[in-house]
Design a protein around this ligand. Structure first.
Ligand SMILES: Cc1cc2nc3c(=O)[nH]c(=O)nc-3n(C[C@H](O)[C@H](O)[C@H](O)COP(=O)(O)OP(=O)(O)OC[C@H]3O[C@@H](n4cnc5c(N)ncnc54)[C@H](O)[C@@H]3O)c2cc1C
Length: 312
C-alpha cells in the first residue's frame, strides 16, 4: 500500500511530539517550519511538567498524564535530557489557594504534603511533587536527531496559507502556535510573554514553584531559571532589565542563599495562549495549537489524539 504523505507544520514540542508518534507508523513525514530549535518558543520553556491554564478542560487530565508517562519512559535515555525532579509547590500565608485540581493529573503516590513544622517563615502550606524536568536545550535536538534517523524530512519554509500545503499532502498537521493567528484567522490565540533570569546552576536543588507570586526556580544543567512573568498580548521578545531585577529580588527574598549564584543571562518567550487548546480535525487538516504555558506538559497526550484522528 502507498504510504500516506503527512506534512507537520511547526517544529516546536507540539510538532515534534506528533512527528515522534507518527514516525513509528507507516507514513512519509515532512516537518515544515519557519524556525527550528533553538530559535523557537519551545526552547525558552523552563520546562517542567505542570498543568497551567487547563483546569477546566477535561481532555487536559488525559493529555498531561500521557505526557508524564512518556517523559518518565525516557528517564534512562541519558541523551534525552529528561529527569524526574522533586518540585516544592508553596502557598504563602495570606494567599487563598485555588482548588488544587492539578493533583488529579498526577500518578498516584507522586505528591505528598510537607509537614507544617518544616515550613519556612511566610509559607502556609507546601506540596512535595515528583515531576519530569525536560531540558529543552537537550531534548529538542535529541528529538530532531531521532526523527532524522527515522526518515523524517525537515524543510525550512514559511507557510502563508494552509491550502498551499493541504493540496500537496494527504494530511496536514498544524502545530504553528502563534502562527495560527494568521494561518487560521484565529484571534482567540494570544501571546503571554514570560521573562526569566538565568543564574549559575545547582543541579541538586529541587524545583520551587509559587504560582501566586508567580515565582519559579528551575535547576537545569546549563542554568537555574528564575521566572517569571505572565504578560498578556505582548509580542516583544526583548527582556526589561527592571523586570529581570524584580524576578531576582523575589527569588532572593524567598531564598537568600541564591544571591551567591552569579547572574548569567535572561530571555523572554511568548506562550501561545488560547482559552481552549485546539486539537481538532478540519477536512484534511488537523490543528494542534494553543497550549499556553503547558506545551511540554500536554504535548505527547495531544500528539496521541492527533495520531488517532489521522487514523480515523
Ligand atoms: C518562559 C516560559 C516558560 C515556560 N515553561 C513551561 C513549563 O515549565 N512547562 C510547560 O509545559 N510549558 C512551558 N512553557 C510553554 C511552552 O514553551 C509552550 O507551550 C510550547 O513551547 C509551545 O510549543 P509549540 O510547538 O506549540 O510552539 P512553538 O515552540 O512556538 O513552535 C511553533 C513552530 O511553528 C512554526 N511556525 C509558526 N508559524 C509558521 C508558518 N506560518 N510557517 C511555518 N512555520 C511556522 C515556528 O517556526 C515553530 O517551529 C513556557 C513558556 C515560556 C515562554
Amino acid at each position: 500500500m502507498k504510504k500516506k504523505k503527512i506534512a507537520i507544520i511547526g517544529a516546536g514540542i507540539s510538532g515534534l511530539s506528533c512527528a515522534y508518534l507518527l514516525s513509528k507508523k507507516n507514513y512519509t513525514i515532512d516537518v515544515i517550519a519557519k524556525a527550528f530549535s533553538p530559535n523557537i518558543t519551545s526552547n525558552k520553556a523552563a520546562a517542567f511538567w505542570f498543568p497551567y491554564h487547563i483546569r477546566n478542560d477535561k481532555r487536559g487530565v488525559r493529555w498531561a498524564q500521557k505526557s508524564y508517562d512518556f517523559y518518565v519512559s525516557l528517564y534512562n535515555v541519558k541523551s534525552a535530557g529528561i529527569s524526574v525532579k522533586q518540585l516544592i509547590k508553596v502557598i504563602g500565608k495570606n494567599i487563598i489557594e485555588e482548588d488544587p485540581v492539578w493533583i488529579n493529573f498526577l500518578p498516584e503516590g507522586s505528591c505528598s504534603m510537607i509537614p507544617e513544622s518544616d515550613l519556612p517563615e511566610g509559607i502556609a502550606k507546601a506540596y512535595n511533587v515528583a515531576v519530569p524536568l525536560i531540558e529543552t536545550q537537550i531534548f529538542l535536538p535529541y528529538l530532531k536527531n531521532y526523527l532524522t534517523k527515522a526518515g523524517v524530512n525537515f524543510i525550512q519554509k514559511e507557510i502563508n496559507k494552509l491550502d498551499e500545503v493541504s493540496n500537496e499532502y494527504d494530511c496536514v498537521i498544524n502545530c504553528t502556535a502563534l502562527g495560527a493567528v494568521k494561518l487560521c484567522n484565529d484571534e482567540t490565540i494570544i501571546p503571554v510573554r514570560g521573562q526569566v533570569a538565568l543564574i549559575e546552576t545547582k543541579t541538586d536543588f529541587p524545583i520551587y514553584l509559587d504560582n501566586e507570586k508567580p515565582l519559579y526556580i528551575v535547576p537545569r544543567k546549563d542554568a537555574m531559571i528564575v521566572g517569571g512573568t505572565y504578560e498578556e498580548n505582548v509580542y516583544d521578545e526583548a527582556t526589561e532589565p527592571s523586570t529581570i531585577q524584580t524576578l531576582l529580588n523575589n527569588a532572593y527574598a524567598f531564598m537568600p542563599e541564591l544571591k551567591q549564584q552569579k547572574v548569567i543571562g535572561n530571555w523572554a518567550g511568548l506562550r501561545p495562549y488560547r482559552p481552549t487548546v485546539r486539537v481538532e480535525k478540519e477536512n484534511n487538516i488537523i490543528h494542534n495549537y494553543g497550549h499556553g504555558g503547558s506545551g511540554f506538559t500536554l504535548a505527547f497526550g495531544c500528539a496521541e489524539d492527533v495520531a488517532g484522528m489521522l487514523e480515523e
